[in-house]
Design a binder for this molecule. Structure first.
Ligand code: CDT
Length: 312
């Protein structure tokens, strides 16, 4: 048995005016809860240091850059890293990354139990749009503020297990899980900010959107025989509601823990990494069952091309 006690640290809303220092104090409180619960690893949401700023249309680049971190850890997050090191708990957190050469990414990092960064993922599937869209009931400007990730889907060894990260919209893309499944991933960590409503369809309910989230996460877990811990930033940010519903899902695709609030809430589960081996050796033994000679379109074509040659 390779048991890792995992904390999924859902975070409640962060308002536009909240400081990073105030947010980090909340994260440390969650980390302390996780320590009392015996956790070895704690996962925080996407862009967890600030409000979900891509909902705001900003033209001034200096203002845009103020939502980004130029280094990690930095002055605001150093206390979180220090507490994690003191407690011997590995952490994973999402933030907006501004590189020394001026590139902007939506990033998630992973530390070992001594608070050393050993893994980094930059979000590949950026949703939304890049210019102000007056047809939408609210904006989702990730394509304006971020570049698509340039690191692929790395899987790293940590706490005696193979671990990878995805960010929010990535969970809706089976290719993202499979890229890591093909590296033997045993634990997939995912943070998200999912608006409760669809800005282009007022009829779509929060419940349906929560169902789509669970469906995507459970399918990704089962089809790759990996634990998936999916952690929300939730609740009402300056009048913009975000879905909660953080989950810890087993390699059988079963929800083992689920958040019941839209506030700061810690999910805890003892995850046996050896529970991933049966699925990987049987139904999802990729080397025996995959038929890559028929998968050419997956990596050579983005949009639909109908059999008569017309494009969708
Ligand atoms: N943060 C993020 O990726 N949110 C998206 C919203 C999609 S609607 C433009 C998500 O997939 O939840």
């Amino acid at each position: 048995m390779r048991e890792i006690v995992i904390g999924g640290a859902q975070m409640g809303p962060i308002q536009r005016a909240d400081t990073r220092e105030a947010v980090v104090a909340r994260m440390i409180a969650l980390l302390d809860d996780a320590n009392r619960a015996g956790c070895n690893l704690v996962i925080f949401p996407e862009l967890c240091l600030t409000t979900f700023f891509p909902r705001w249309y900003i033209e001034d680049q200096a203002e845009v850059d103020s939502w980004f971190e130029r280094e990690m850890p930095n002055g605001a997050t150093a206390p979180l890293f220090a507490r994690a090191r003191d407690l011997g708990i590995a952490i994973s957190l999402g933030y907006a990354e501004l590189t020394p050469d001026g590139q902007h990414f939506n990033t998630q990092i992973l530390t070992d139990t001594e608070a050393r960064i050993i893994g980094k993922y930059r979000k590949i599937h950026l949703p939304g749009h890049d210019e102000y869209d007056s047809e939408r009931s609210f904006q989702h400007l990730e394509k304006r503020y971020f570049l698509p990730g340039d690191l692929g889907f790395p899987v790293v060894r940590n706490i005696n297990a193979w671990m990878g990260m995805l960010i929010c919209n990535d969970r809706r893309w089976p290719e993202a899980y499979r890229e890591m499944g093909l590296q033997g991933v045993e634990l997939t960590m995912l943070g998200y900010n999912t608006p409760s409503g669809n800005s282009q369809n007022s009829q779509e309910s929060a419940e349906l959107r929560a169902f789509h989230s669970d469906l995507s996460v459970q399918a990704g877990a089962y089809q790759n025989s990996t634990w998936v811990v999916a952690v929300a930033k939730a609740g009402d940010e300056d009048g913009h509601p975000l879905n909660g519903g953080s989950v810890i899902v087993s390699p059988d695709g079963v929800i083992m823990q689920k958040a019941t609030t839209v506030g700061d809430e810690l999910l805890v589960h003892a995850c046996d990494m050896d529970a991933t081996t049966f699925g990987k050796a049987t139904v999802f033994d990729f080397k025996r069952h995959r038929r890559i000679e028929h998968y050419g379109r997956i990596s050579s074509q983005t949009g639909v091309i109908y059999p008569d040659g017309t494009k969708g």
